[in-house]
Design a protein around this ligand. Structure first.
Ligand code: FAD
Length: 498
């Protein structure tokens, strides 16, 4: 931990928290010597900050990484699936893929993403190298056989537990460049260029770091009510939960906006429908239900409202929210094979990071009953309607055709074995894909789409690669996060003269 020594100067203006916001304060702060001077300062030590830091160091720049937590890493170590095209791991698994094919499929793959966006082609062109770069720090990849979304070939690469985890290596390597337990508060701007960062230590003492170039890599905003409701006002008043990394508060967006940066794709927020209220922490926290789509989803009138398979996608929660409070109904056979996980979000990764459905039912006092009439009474839904819905569903499972919503009944099971369960579905903001508008070298653009001198951004705080249906390892996901970090690190080092 680094202790800062510079206190903020006398105030002539203050925000609602009493913090000094005046130009006078900035002048006074700048008149004091910096705590340190560096070529590149990186705000945030997650995957994007680590990739930016390693790349800038390799280019010969001096680097300081500001990280408010006590350790580097952010959510990097939790991600296991990496998106890439035309890789040796795909070839090894017998798949032929190319950038051209991925570009052709991009619009459907991302449900509206624009393949002519320059970041898309750059990212795809680099994506195989991106993963090879990762493996120089440890680990290896294997191409999954599973096809995610409307792709013609599998493009998900799973990190294999072989040798050191690449991010563990990067964290170790960048440890000496890091100022942990230090929070970036704002950027210092001189003659239109960003020249440093105001930082605060754990005791609240402020000072500044002089830097030729600054990279903002502070992560996403899916946990922030303010940013989420500003982007999607229709969510206001709906029973939205949160299923995001605990640090995803969007504070870097304030830093970027205050420096004149433009934000884009802000309404591109993944709302997952595969969660329920956390049994131990309560709302708005959620736990992921592995296999939630195996049940029958009904609204408060007891009617089935959607193809349950949709709950697994990044937009499943959007649909679910439109119907008010939904319940997933299970019988004992299905319920007993589900797993409830909080892994990586609300709980440290203990064992496999999940609890059994039986344990969850006990902890959450989940409504259960021997008949659907009793179950309806327990959750305030007409029992006769529930019984009819389940009877109709079972008939469709037997016939193999879902006449109502087109679910693949070949993989569905009828609900027949008491007791029966009614799991409340908690639609949760899980990932944000909007953020700073960037030039293709990672420079932050202002409201007139001009570059802000000395300012770069990477990772979830960047708004690139927007498009619906994203979340299948593309924007806001680890491969793009690493790529944007490498681009920003290289550009920041170059801007600093390396
Ligand atoms: C459980 C889990 C599983 C995942 N699985 C996958 C997966 O399989 N595939 C995939 O593609 N993606 C996955 N992801 C997403 C992926 O891990 C993230 O998108 C990525 O790690 C985000 O990196 P980042 O650098 O943008 O942000 P973060 O990891 O959030 O890092 C940002 C860092 O900045 C710091 N910070 C923020 N503000 C400040 C400030 N003002 N001053 C100083 N420091 C600050 C934070 O403390 C944090 O350490 C997963 C995420 C989670 C949480």
């Amino acid at each position: 931990m680094v202790t800062l020594f510079l206190a903020c100067a006398a105030s002539t203006g203050a925000d609602s928290h009493g913090r000094d916001t005046s130009d006078h304060a900035q002048d006074n702060l700048l008149a004091s010597p910096p705590l340190a001077s560096t070529d590149v300062v990186i705000i945030g030590g997650g995957a994007s900050g680590l990739a930016a830091g390693r790349t800038a160091l390799d280019a010969g720049a001096t680097v300081i990484i500001i990280e408010r937590e006590s350790a580097l890493g952010g959510s990097a170590l939790y991600a296991g699936s990496y998106f890439a095209v035309g890789t040796p791991w795909q070839a090894e698994a017998g798949y032929t893929d190319s950038v051209e094919l991925a570009l052709q499929e991009w619009a459907t793959l991302t449900n509206g993403g624009d393949p002519s966006h320059p970041w898309v082609e750059n990212f795809l062109q680099d994506s195989a190298d991106n993963l090879e770069w990762m493996t120089t720090f440890g680990g290896d990849f294997a191409c999954s056989n599973e096809i995610m979304g409307p792709s013609s070939v599998p493009r998900t690469h799973n990190l294999q537990p072989i040798g050191p985890h690449p991010f563990t290596t990067l964290i170790e390597q960048l440890h000496t460049s890091a100022w942990t337990e230090t929070t970036a508060k704002s950027l210092l701007i001189e003659a239109g260029a960003v020249v440093g960062v105001v930082v605060e230590d754990a005791e609240g003492t402020q000072g500044w770091i002089a830097a030729q170039a600054t990279v903002v890599a502070t992560g996403g905003f899916a946990r922030s009510d303010r940013w989420v409701y500003e982007a999607l006002p229709a969510l206001k008043g709906l029973p939205r939960h949160v299923g995001a990394w605990h640090n995803a508060d969007g504070n870097g967006l304030d830093i970027i906006e205050a420096a004149g940066g433009r934000l884009e794709n802000m309404d591109n927020i993944a709302i997952y429908g595969h969660s329920t209220t956390d049994a131990l922490l309560g709302a708005p926290e959620t736990q992921l239900v592995l296999g939630i789509e195996e049940g029958v989803v009904v609204d408060q009138t007891g009617q089935r409202v959607m193809n349950e398979d949709g709950l697994r996608g990044v937009w499943g929660g959007r649909e679910a929210l439109q119907h008010g409070q939904l319940y997933a109904l299970y019988d004992e056979t299905i319920w007993s094979r589900l797993k409830i996980s909080g892994y990586g979000y609300n709980y440290m990764p203990v064992s496999d990071g999940s609890m059994s459905s039986a344990e969850f039912a006990k902890q959450s006092e989940l409504p259960q009953a021997m008949t659907f009439q009793e179950l309806g009474a327990a959750v305030g839904i007409d029992g006769a309607a529930l019984l009819q819905t389940v009877a109709d569903f079972n008939t469709m499972v037997d016939s193999g055709d879902d006449d109502d919503f087109g679910r693949d009944m070949g993989t569905a099971d009828a609900l027949r074995d008491a007791p029966f369960y009614a799991l409340p579905i908690a639609a949760a903001t899980g990932k944000s894909f909007g953020g700073a508008a960037l030039a293709t070298d990672g420079a932050v653009l202002d409201r007139d789409s001009q570059r802000i001198e000395g300012l770069f951004a990477a990772g979830e705080v960047a708004g690139i690669l927007g498009g619906e249906h994203i979340g299948m390892g593309i924007s806001g996901s680890i491969a793009a996060i690493v790529y944007t970090g490498r681009v920003a690190g290289e550009s920041a080092a170059r801007y600093a003269g390396h």
